[in-house]
Design a binder for this molecule. Sequence first.
Ligand SMILES: [Zn+2]
Length: 308
Amino acid sequence: MRMPGVSFPRTLLEFQARFPTPEACRAYLRLVRWPEGFVCPRCRGPEAFALPRRNLDQCKACGYQVSLTAGTILHRSRVPLPQWFWAAYLMSTLKPGISALQLQRTLGLGSYQTAWLLCHKLRRATVRPGREQLVGPVEVDEAYIGGREIGVTGWQTATKTLVVIAVEVRGRRAGRVRLHVIPDASAASLTAFVVLNVTSGSRVITDGWTGYADLKARGYRHMPKPQRTPRASRQAAALGPSGRLEPEDVAVGDVPWGRSRPPAVLPGRVHVSVQPALRSGACVPVPAGDWGPAATHDLQAVAVFGVR
Ligand SMILES: [Zn+2]
C-alpha cells in the first residue's frame, strides 16, 4: 500500500532528511494511520485534542485517548522512532537484508538483544495478512515439528506440533511457502488450509491420505501420490525420510530453539522463509515473492503498522 503523495526516499540522504527526529516520524505515522484526518477508534469521531507531552490524541466526542502507535510493533518500545524507521528502511532496501549484529552497530543500539528484537518484530510484520495465495503446482504435506519422541509411535504425540505445509513447486526449487499449525490431520483442517492458501484450480500434490480427498470437489487439480499407504506415509513423515517435505527443510522464522528442544506450543501462525536453517538470531530475509512487486521499496509495506 502506497500513500498518495508520499514518495519513498530513494537514498540514505533523502531518508535522513525526511525522518531526522521523532516528531518527523510521528508526522509520517499520523499520515499513514489517518490519511483523511483523525478518526476515533471507539466512536469514529473526527476531532481530537492533542496531548503532546504524552504523545496522545484525545477524542473530542468521547474523551478516548489514542496513542498513534497503539496496535503496532512500535507501541511502548523504548527504541526511539528514528531508529525504528532506520531499521525498517535498511531491512527493506539492503539486499540480502541486514543481520541483527549489523543493525546494532549501524544504529548504535544499546544491546544485541534490542537489535534482534527489532529485526524479529519487523520481519514478522512484513508478512502481509492479505498476501496472495500460492499458485500451483503446490505440494502440500503435514509434518510434526519437535523431533522424535521416545516411547511414542506413529500418530501419537506428546509434545510435538502438527503443521501443514504448502510449497510452490518451481522445477527443482521451492517457491513461496505457507505453514499453519493444525489441530489434527482431518479433511476439515487440511481442506480449510488449502482453500485459504492455494489459488483455486491449482495443481495440488499430496500423499494418499484421505484427508485430502475433498480437494477435487473444491476445484483443485488434486494429484495424490499413491506410492505409500496413508498410514505408512504418515509414520514416515513423522520420522523424516529423505526426499519429502520435512520441517527441517525450512527455517522456522528465527525461533531460537534447536530440534533437541521442541516447543510445547507453537503460535497459531508460523512464518517461514525458504532458506537453509540459519544460526538462531540471524536475520532471515523474507522471500522475494512475499513482498509483492511494488512492496520492496515501500516503508509502509515493511509494516511499521504490523500487528504485534
Ligand atoms: Zn471517540
